[in-house]
Design a binder for this molecule. Structure first.
Ligand code: ADP
Ligand code: MN
Length: 189
């Protein structure tokens, strides 16, 4: 079995894009947060909070189980993609969005301001990208800037990456924001 991973900061479009990609490729889509929940890897106390604490060992077990028992391809989307056994991973897509755009997307979710800031900062720094490059072969880690894209366009881009050998591009919001002169706006001290 091979795995396509879709990662990124909350609000970058993982869930929506994984669903469309799954129907285009005719393969199953697994949400890591649903898997964690269904496998009892989230403590009951945290379940109803906006941020649940996940038992990573438990989730790793659940992922190994999943990968061993599935045939063909599966798309796994979520926030803990670096827990997926790397030997089964064919492609890693990290969805990115300009911090100003991400802020708008997260605000429309009624996230508290502190949670918006935290996520926007993580996107500025590139936390998901750095984690992915550390854990997986950087040659299979692709970033897509979704800022000016609709979800179906992003899916087309993923399909074209699967089809051809494209060189992965690296996105650096720090550099861009610095050039725009508004890095300070997005980082707290
Ligand atoms: P995640 O699973 O990464 O938190 P979701 O798919 O749940 O992201 O939500 C992404 C939100 O951003 C949706 O409300 C979606 O409509 C919006 N959005 C705006 N532009 C895009 C895009 N290019 N790709 C995906 N989602 C987008
Ligand atoms: Mn999601």
């Amino acid at each position: 079995m091979t795995v396509i991973l879709i990662g990124g900061t909350p609000g970058t479009g993982k869930t929506s894009i994984a669903k469309i990609l799954g129907s285009r490729l005719g393969c199953d889509v697994v949400s890591m947060s649903e898997l964690a929940d269904a496998s009892g890897c989230i403590s009951a106390e945290d379940k109803h909070r906006q941020t649940g604490i996940i038992d990573e060992d438990c989730l790793v077990e659940a992922l190994i189980d999943l990968v061993e028992n599935k045939k063909g391809r599966v798309i796994i989307e979520g926030h803990y993609i670096d827990l997926v056994p790397s030997s089964s991973v064919e492609l890693v897509i990290i969805l990115r969005a300009h911090p100003a755009n991400l802020r708008v997307r997260l605000a429309s979710r009624d996230y508290p301001e502190a949670k918006i800031r935290e996520n926007v900062e993580a996107e500025v720094i590139g936390v998901c990208q750095m984690d992915a490059i550390e854990v997986f072969d950087p040659n299979i880690v692709y970033e897509i800037d979704t800022t000016d894209m609709k979800a179906p366009e992003t899916v087309e881009e993923i399909l074209s990456i699967l089809d051809a050998e494209v060189i992965p591009l690296r996105i650096d919001w720090m550099e861009e924001l610095e050039a725009e002169g508004n890095l300070d706006e997005f980082l707290s001290d």
